[in-house]
Design a protein around this ligand. Structure first.
Ligand code: HEC
Length: 201
């Protein structure tokens, strides 16, 4: 939380939800007869978050041995992601994140992690997001400054704004049109079928 932000009181949250007709209607359907208070609000948000659990993505089926699960372009894209394009340096592991903070040179004026820990090296640094279901999340970055996955790839090619805090892992990369398409095709394989999300929509 920003130092300048005042924490929102529980009563304010309850009051806002209780005075919104669309929420009142939805609470009636989801929890018939229940009061709208912080307990039922928390219950509703938690249920929603569980519904976001991603299902098996085409990429996972490929890893499990189904060669047909993703295109040749996506397979080349994964090789680039883990190799020459060096994305795996930060988007590592099964969730495609190292859970660490980096400045990747976005146009942001938000000091990010540097504001919290008062270290210059962490200025403009944000936590590496997972790339699971990334195709559903445009626009990209904490400040929604990048519109498409193609533009994200171009951002990494240019390396963004070069400032003292920019991560040394932001290595210069050069890609041709096909390689850019391949990387995007790979990222598009990380989204599972929406109808499978715990049966909730
Ligand atoms: C130095 C570490 C690092 C490297 C290398 C890196 N990323 Fe990132 N990536 C991040 C961080 C940190 C963010 C979040 C930045 C923000 O929100 O301002 C991010 C954000 C993203 C996003 C936006 C996700 C969203 O939900 O908004 C995509 C897509 C992405 N990276 C793909 C890639 C690709 C493709 C590569 C390789 C070409 C790559 N990244 C290399 C650390 C890295």
């Amino acid at each position: 939380m920003r130092e300048t932000d005042t924490p929102v009181k529980v009563e304010v949250i309850e009051e806002r939800i209780r005075s919104a007709p669309e929420y009142i209607a939805k609470f009636k359907v989801a929890l018939p007869g229940a009061p709208i208070n912080i307990d039922t609000i928390v219950q509703a948000v938690a249920t929603f978050e569980r519904a976001l659990e991603p299902t098996t993505a085409p990429f996972d089926r490929w890893v499990e041995g189904d060669e047909q699960a993703i295109s040749d372009s996506a397979k080349r894209g994964f090789a680039l992601f883990a190799g020459k394009a060096t994305c795996f340096a930060c988007h590592s592991g099964w969730r495609f994140t190292d859970d660490k903070f980096h400045d990747i040179g976005t146009t942001t004026t938000d000091q990010g992690r540097g504001r919290e820990v008062k270290q210059e090296a962490l200025n403009f640094a944000f936590k590496t997001p997972t790339l699971r279901s990334v195709a559903l999340r445009a626009p990209y970055m904490h400040n929604a400054s990048i519109k498409s996955l193609d533009d994200v790839v171009r951002h990494y090619e240019k390396g963004g704004i070069n400032r003292p805090s920019r991560s040394p892992l932001m290595l210069p990369i050069q890609l041709n049109d096909q390689e850019r398409l391949d990387l995007v095709a790979f990222m598009n394989t990380l989204t599972g079928a929406p109808e499978g999300r715990n049966g909730l929509r």
